[in-house]
Design a protein around this ligand. Structure first.
Ligand code: SF4
Ligand code: SF4
Length: 309
């Protein structure tokens, strides 16, 4: 027990030293209730065409299938909040998380550093690192590890910092001291539900029809955006921050300290006209290391053009 407490402290301290914000620990066990909720969500087709969400069901709900003998899910947050906005209020908008370099690479590197630290300072520990990775139910683990509650907008909300952070996990076979889940503090608030431009959040919240969400429509959907969303996109060309911007808990957000998340110098300056005239060359320059590259030039053009229809 003494060692367990010491190991837990060591990992928390090192994680924060290398740039993570909040660190919590959950017992790696079968996600029973969450498995049932995921089944319902899939059955209702709320995942749209993200068919990969149907895969790996047994891996998602059972961490020991990802790491044999798993004891702990180490859950971490990595702040990406940047209060700066695009200068032209009419420019098509990009979600804050995509301002800088692709978070998958940035955060994954830090996770590997943390796992290497655990293995060198604590001993032979088997573990795997995950950032926004399909087989891990990140928000459920974050809630169990006391990092926040899952709000009506379905995002993890931390009472001290809101929701502008990435979630990351190390699943490992090292037993640690486990945190208590936080209770829900959404109370009577419904701002995210009322503000969502496409009514993607269910009337009572806590359920997102991803097939209606602007993030899905602008990033995940490969086909044409369905015409029913014309005029409803609120000028978003990549992702959407509305249900976070209106969340009262995000008044506690503070600017990130990660140089890799600083936007390319042109990103916030480009005018509506610049975006409409965007060339493949400028796209390659502005989004060189960005997660936006995922939709490629043609995908971003499709989104920009859709806003004008
Ligand atoms: S990201 Fe935008 S479209 Fe998606 S649920 Fe939130 S407010 Fe609605
Ligand atoms: S906007 Fe209100 S209801 Fe929505 S997640 Fe934030 S606190 Fe909860």
């Amino acid at each position: 027990m003494e060692n367990t407490a010491q190991h837990t402290d060591m990992i928390r301290t090192e994680a924060q030293r290398i740039g993570f914000g909040f660190v919590g620990f959950a017992r790696a066990e079968y996600l029973d209730e969450e498995a049932r909720r995921l089944e319902t969500w899939l059955r209702q087709g709320a995942h749209g065409r993200m068919s990969y969400m149907e895969n790996y069901f047994d891996l998602r709900v059972d961490p020991s299938k990802l790491v044999p003998g798993a004891k702990t899910v180490i859950c971490l947050t990595f702040n990406y909040f940047n209060p700066e906005k695009q200068q032209d209020p009419e420019a098509p908008k990009i979600s804050r998380y995509a301002y800088g370099e692709d978070y998958h690479a940035v955060v994954k590197d830090r996770l590997h550093d943390l796992l290497a630290y655990i293995q060198s300072e604590i001993g032979e520990v088997s573990g795997r690192c995950f950032v926004d990775s399909a087989p891990v139910m990140e928000r459920e683990w974050a809630q169990r590890a006391g990092l926040g509650w899952n709000g009506r907008n379905t995002l993890t909300i931390n009472p001290k910092r809101g929701s502008y952070f990435f979630l990351a996990e190390i699943i490992c076979d090292l037993p640690l001291l486990y945190d208590e889940p936080l209770r829900d503090h959404c109370g009577t608030c419904r701002r995210c539900i009322d503000a969502c431009p496409t009514e993607a959040i269910s009337p009572e919240g806590y359920f997102l029809d991803a097939s209606k969400c602007i993030s899905y429509l602008t990033i995940e959907l490969r086909d044409e955006i369905p015409p029913e969303f014309r005029g409803k996109m609120d000028h978003w060309m990549f992702g959407c921050d509305v249900c976070q911007d209106v969340c009262p808990w995000n008044r506690f957000s503070e600017k990130h300290a990660e140089p890799a998340f600083e936007p390319h110098p042109d990103l916030l300056q480009l005018s509506k006209h610049d975006w409409q005239e965007l060339t493949e060359e400028s796209f390659g320059k502005v989004f060189k290391k960005s997660a936006v590259k995922r939709v490629k030039y043609a995908g971003l053009k499709r989104n920009i053009d859709f806003l004008e229809k």
